[in-house]
Write a protein that binds this ligand. Structure first.
Ligand code: 3H9
Length: 701
């Protein structure tokens, strides 16, 4: 028993046995919790004085957060969860779940095996297994359809999104919402009512009406298939979930037959590489917040007031992030005209959120009220944090930081939203480089989850902690990067973009490359992405810098010379119709590519999808390994989190470094060597880190 994790405390209050789950911080169903539940249901059964059982979660935060995710894939200890739940459901004394906080996954499945469910208003219930590449494997796919019908169950399980207790009552998942926050007192009072009414037990497994009615509604499953084709393409678990719910409907009179399908499909998910990848991402999202080596005394500074310099696309989006988090922000521009234009865009963004029902008009008014537009820099003298978000020009940024240094109070954090420039050089324009840091938001800043926090050579531990903490407050996943050109994300993407350009010069087409990348799981390929961002941005920058001789830019420049700027004017690498983002192939562009490729001396050849995928993705992986070698990322998981949250890399592949692990690093190295020999490109000169790992039989960890 001693080596089991977590426990369950047992006591009796009159004729009610009370089981309190104790496995901080969120009470997952670790081995000791399973053992405790099993043993104490037995204790309650053996005690003739006990007439009902109440179960709730200790610590106040969670009822039960689900199965213990860290146990998946490892040796199993303690009783199997299904055995425990069977014991609980078949208990002939009524068992009441007192849902005092989060009841997710296996936690909700425990509650569904109880005979009654009550919940505090702050509680949330959900079956988020799909987000881990799993399905509810402790009866959730069988009991929920019996309780609420297949349609609502599928919606709930496929999205994996939790709902508040009040909504769970409306849906019929929870019997009663409890006033106040004393779950034990409320649970005991509820148990009294059940005992007084004759201590009846009722089991969801015996409900058949809803699933029988659903047998005549094939459209429920057609809609679910359509949902996964549209939103979850490439993922394994959703198809397994639909099969399980169908089995619940097909076996209305035979619960155990449906449960067998669930058990078999759960095992398939558990053994699938997507499950391992998604659990890596779950722990990765949390690991990136942990920064080894920072001083314990370096507490983050409180940010009660902020300022943003520049009200363009990035500055406007960043201002919205502060307002969304309830922090007053002054956004400063050089001219009244720029300011008004930027504020109109912010207002338009909020208005469209109101229109789509994402926020209320009142929330919009409140958020707009937190954004103070100004052209008077003196107004920001007393803020706690400033984020500069003007266009990418080092001299301009240095000028701004020098000015900020003269205005802003001592001790404030001065951040730059640069996506690639040298933070140390920017910091050198101030007399307080320790307070300067990079905070690189991704566009649109109010939507994208990633924040790269870029540590300059002089950034203090307090400054780093303040920026990382602010990332969390703003609802972002903050990842710490070192100060190198492009940091983590853009340094890697440069390799990928270059490969895509080389591939079209060698004979592939933009639509072939984009299809391969979409099939791999990214929401769009590099050419669709370039059209979305605007081809003219790079073209103008190159012109301002006196033009570029790099053949890689020949096609992009030729398209812009021809007035093709991308989606903004309905033609770029593709053609677009007004109001429709679907790219249409354009023969004219393909001819132009062939012409430029011939001028540059390329002999067009058939390029396989496999080569496209390997060259694009392994170029990312190899650069990621070099970033690790240079100490610019703390761990490989930080790179994975950057790519998933900032660049649309499919979470179910775990990020580029994890994907490389799953492919086998020796395979990746062999492919890099092959492409290095064939193309001579630096992108494929294998990193020393990768060679070393292959020699040692290691993995990116
Ligand atoms: C399942 O149930 C399968 C069953 O259907 C079938 C079985 C047969 N296990 O997120 P936080 C850790 S699958 C182990 O920072 P918050 C977490 O890593 C499971 N550990 O707090 C962190 O550790 P650390 C279905 C877990 O307040 C600490 O707890 N359940 C688990 O922001 C605090 O977490 C889920 O998918 C777990 N289940 O959010 C729920 N959960 O301090 C997953 C958390 O060392 N969990 N930890 O970094 C969550 O969604 C959030 O953690 C939760 C709390 C909302 C609970």
């Amino acid at each position: 028993m001693s080596e089991l994790k977590g426990t369950v405390h047992y006591k009796t209050e009159g004729d009610v046995a009370v089981l309190v789950i104790d496995n901080p911080p969120v009470n997952p169903l670790s081995s000791g919790v399973r053992q405790g539940l099993y043993d104490h249901i037995n204790t309650a059964l053996a005690d003739d004085a006990v007439r009902a059982v109440l179960i709730y979660g200790g610590g106040g935060r969670a009822f039960i957060a689900g199965a213990d995710i860290s146990e998946f894939g490892g040796p199993s200890k303690g009783p199997n969860l299904l055995e425990v739940l069977n014991k609980m459901e078949m208990c002939d004394k009524p068992v009441i779940a007192g849902i005092n906080g989060t009841a997710f996954g296996g936690g909700l499945e425990v509650a569904l095996c109880c005979h009654y469910r009550i919940a505090l208003p702050k509680a949330q219930v959900g079956l988020p297994e799909v987000k881990l590449g799993l399905l509810p494997g402790a009866g959730g796919t069988q009991r929920l359809p019996r309780l609420v019908g297949a349609e609502a169950a599928l919606q709930f399980i496929l999205t994996g999104n939790p709902i508040p207790a009040a909504q769970a009552v409306q849906l019929g998942i929870v019997d009663e919402l409890i006033d106040g926050d004393d779950i034990e007192a409320a649970g005991l009072a509820y148990a009294r009512q059940i005992i007084d009414a004759g201590s009846k037990v009722r089991r969801i497994r015996d409900l058949t009406d809803k699933v029988k009615a659903d047998a005549n509604r094939p459209e429920i499953f057609e809609q679910a298939e359509a949902l996964i084709a549209k939103r979850m393409a490439g993922q394994f678990a959703p198809t397994m979930i639909i099969e399980c719910v169908r089995a619940a409907v097909d076996n209305a009179d035979n619960f155990d037959a449906g449960a067998e399908v669930e058990a078999a499909n759960f095992r398939r998910c558990l053994e699938h590489p997507q499950r391992e990848a998604l659990i890596h991402v779950f722990f990765g999202d949390r690991a990136v917040a942990k920064i080894p080596g920072l001083s314990k005394d370096a507490a983050p500074k409180k940010v009660a007031k902020a300022a943003v310099i520049g009200c363009g696309t990035m500055g406007g989006g960043i201002s919205m992030c502060f307002a969304n988090a309830g922090i007053p922000v002054t956004v400063v521009e050089m001219s009244q005209e720029n300011l008004e234009r930027g504020m109109k865009v912010i207002e338009g963004n909020y208005a469209s959120q109101v229109k789509r029902g994402r926020i209320s008009q009142e929330q919009m008014d409140q958020r707009m009220g937190l954004i103070n537009p100004s052209i008077d820099w003196d107004q920001i003298a007393d803020v706690d944090m400033v984020i500069e978000a003007v266009y990418e020009n080092l001299d301009l940024k240095k000028e701004i930081f020098e000015r900020l240094d003269g205005i802003i109070r001592d001790g404030a954090t001065l951040a730059s939203n640069t996506s690639a420039l040298d933070i140390d050089s920017i910091a050198s324009a101030t007399k307080r480089p320790g307070d300067v840091i990079g905070m690189h938001f991704f566009s649109p800043a109010n939507v994208m989850r990633l924040l790269e926090v870029v540590r300059g050579g002089a950034s203090s531990d307090v400054t780093i902690n303040t920026a990382m903490t602010m990332g969390k407050v703003l609802g972002k996943v903050a990842v710490l990067a070192g100060n190198c050109p492009g940091f983590i994300g853009n340094r890697m993407i440069a390799r990928y973009s270059r490969q895509s350009q080389e591939l079209i010069l060698e004979g592939a087409t933009p639509s072939q490359i984009d299809r391969v990348i979409r099939d791999f799981g990214l929401p769009m390929g590099p050419f669709q992405m370039a059209d979305l961002v605007g081809l003219d941005l790079g073209w103008r920058a190159r012109k301002m810098a006196g033009g570029s001789n790099d053949p890689i830019h020949r096609i992009g420049d030729a398209l812009c010379d021809d007035g093709r700027y991308g989606q903004k004017n309905l033609k770029g690498y593709y053609l677009y119709r007004e109001g429709d983002r679907t790219p249409q192939r354009d023969e004219e562009v393909e001819q132009l590519i062939r012409k430029i490729s011939a001028e540059l001396g390329y002999e067009p050849r058939e390029i396989s999808d496999e080569e496209i995928l390997e060259r694009c993705i392994y170029a990312l992986v190899n650069e990621g390994a070099k970033i690790l070698e240079d100490g610019m990322a703390l761990r490989s998981v930080d790179i994975d989190v950057v790519y998933i949250n900032g660049y649309g890399f499919p979470a179910y592949r775990g990020g580029p470094m994890f994907y490389a692990n799953q492919q086998g690093l020796d395979q990746v190295l062999a492919a890099l060597e092959k492409y290095h020999a064939a193309t001579g490109s630096d992108a494929f000169a294998p990193s020393e880190r990768l060679r070393k790992l292959v020699a040692e039989g290691g993995r990116f960890e």
